[in-house]
Structure formats: C-alpha cells, structure tokens
Design a binder for this molecule. Sequence first.
Ligand code: GLU
Length: 422
Amino acid sequence: MKKENPGQAENTLMATRNLIREAVERLGLPPVVYDYLKDPARFVEVSIPVEMDDGSIRLFTGYRSQHNNALGPYKGGIRFHPESDPDEVKALSMWMTLKCALIGIPFGGGKGAVVCEPRQLSMKEKERLSRGYIRALAGVLGPEIDIPAPDMYTDAQVMAWMADEYARIMQKSALGVVTGKPLLVGGSVGREEATSRGVLFAAREAVRVSGISLQNCRVAVQGAGNVGGYAALLLHEAGAKIVAISDSRAGVYNPEGLDAGAVMKHKKATGSLAGFPGAEEITNEQLLTIDCDILIPAARENQITAANAAAVKARIVVEGANGPTTPEADQILKEKGVLLVPDVLANSGGVTVSYFEWVQNNYGYYWDAETVNKCLEEKMVDAFHKIYNFTRENSGHLHMRSGAYMYAIRKIADAMQSRGWF
Ligand code: GLU
C-alpha cells in the first residue's frame, strides 16, 4: 500500500490516510480495507444560491462527504467556515466513521460544510443558506441514510431550519434527519454540552489511569466555543483548577486558577476574553505550552505542531477539537511520554448524545437529563478503557491514537466482511 507523500503530512487528509493504512497493516487486514476507507463512498459538491438581504443573489459552495456506512447510516456535523475544502471535509467524515465505531453506536461517518464567513451573514441570510443546503442535498440525506448535526459555527437554530426544510420537501415529519435540534423541536436534553461532558469523562479516566486525581490537576483549555467553553465549566465544577482559557483572539492565565463561569460570562458580555480581571493575558500559542497537567485543545485543526510540541508541559492531552495535533507533533508527544486521548475518542460525546436524540425521535419518547448523562458516561468510560487496554496490549506503548484507529478499523472491517465486500 502506497504511503502518502510525507511532505504533505500537514494535509489532514493525507495524515488520516496514513494512520488508516498503518492500522490496516498492523492488523494484517487485506489491503482492500484500506482502499475502501481511504476515500468517502460518496462525495457531493453543490452550489447553493442565496438571496442576500440587499436583494442580490450569491452562490455558496456546499459539500457532503459520506465516508462509510458499514455500521449504520452516515452521521456527522455540518460546518460553516470560510476555509473548508473537500480534503478537510473528507478527513472529518473519516474521523466520524472511527468515532461511531469506537464509542459503539450504530452509525457510519459523514461530514458536511458550507464555504462562508458565518459572522458576516444576517440571521435571515443564514436561514436561507441552511435551507438551501438541505434543498440541494435532500436526495442523499434522511434519518436512515445520512444524519447531519452541528459543527463549527452551526448550532441548534441552524438544525431547526434544516429539519424543517427537509420535512417540507418530504411532506412529512422526519425529526431524525438531523440531530442537535432545539428541545422544542425534537432535540435532546444534554446535547448542547455533550461533547464537553464527554471530554470531562475522558479527562477524568485519563487522570485515573495515571494515578492522579482531577482535584489536583491544573487544566489549560484552548477554545471558548461550544466545546472549550463547556469543558472549562464542567471541569471547574468537577474540582479541577482551570489555569488558562483562550479563544481565537486572546487568552487568560492565572496559575492560582480561574473561575470558569466568570470567564465565560465576561466573554458573553464583552465578546472577548481580553480584559478579564485578575488574569494575565496570553496568546493562543502561549496557552499550549503553559505549565499545567492537562491540556485540552478544543479549537481548530493543526494547533500542536512540530514547532511547539516539545515545549508542551502537560502530561495528559485530551483532544476536544478534531485533528488539533499534527503527525509530527504526535510523535514528539509520544516520545515525551504524554498520555494523549485522541479526538476520535475524546470528543465522541457529541455524536453519542446525537444518537440518543435520534433514538428518542424514532420512539417519540423523551429522556430526562439524568438518563442522558448517565448513558453518556457509561459509553465514554467503557470506550476509554477498551481503547486504553487495547492500546497497551497491541502496540506495547501508551499511544492511544494508533490503538483507537486499530480498534475502530477492525470493527468496521468485520462489519464489511459480514455484509459482503461488494
Ligand atoms: N460535529 C460533531 C463531531 O464532530 C458532532 C457530530 C454529530 O453529532 O453527528 O463529532
């Protein structure tokens, strides 16, 4: 099997393919498994015309990547981002396939994007764009086919418009076509903070196997959006000391600990973390190498790189974001003995509660918060220890990313084998 050009390793898709290829080889699986998994089963690109508030018409590009559905319908978010491109969306859809396999939910992997600057769109323009995306792709989506959800710069409101547009096209209610919806229109309690709650459980188990206690841990969180913001709050509530938080513009640091709730209130009120009283201002880059026990990158891809990995002081890294660590940085962290809980495991709480939402939509019966959070905790704790032990038994060292890829790919390959290859 051909190794992708290492010179392009910064390219997330190439890096993901290399990890898949390595796992297939280590597992001794037939090379056709790599051929299946190196590309999505279907990739759709659409042009979405949107009437802007000034009466002009603009065309936006949308993507949907349907990677693999051996374990169930394609599942994964849609992001609104100016830098999204086909390679990124394909890689993200591959990670969804792995996530669903690891956490043990009956879904495959998909991902979508619209290339746009969401902060420059009015609410009405965003609504027309969300509905336009569904009109362009309704034929390949559906509760039993492919189920989108929120991702970067999309939220419950966007999901409500998308579910509504799909129901109009189909002339019937089909709540399970997207997850992450508002509570009143088929959403699940606990979905909004589910990714972060999963990060909390992953961090707690990582701390446990390291023989330390969350109570004594200093935590730095990169990102103050849906994942980072709630992660800081939940870890703070659980007794950890949040020493640093950053958003895309600025970061705040206090070695004595920050009141995460007060920091997030300040961000909400002023639109930024800058100027939070009683803390030192730091950059995003400084946050990654700050003195702490647990580092939670929960922002964008490619943040921990060959340039800064050696300076990372945390002994545990829990990847709240998708793809925050480059392959070179992965290697450096491994050599330093850092316990890295990979994205495909650490941030799978979001899609897990998406699954609970889909189940509730199918039954038309809704759970309480206690049930959702308990089921999520069970799945996260179980998956963490399965991967942790599998990694120790199979690759002989504490690098959970390769263990996670091997574990997931073996399961997906077994499913493809059972179903038949063609
Ligand atoms: N966008 C989230 C992720 O990357 C959630 C996907 C989902 O709920 O389907 O895992």
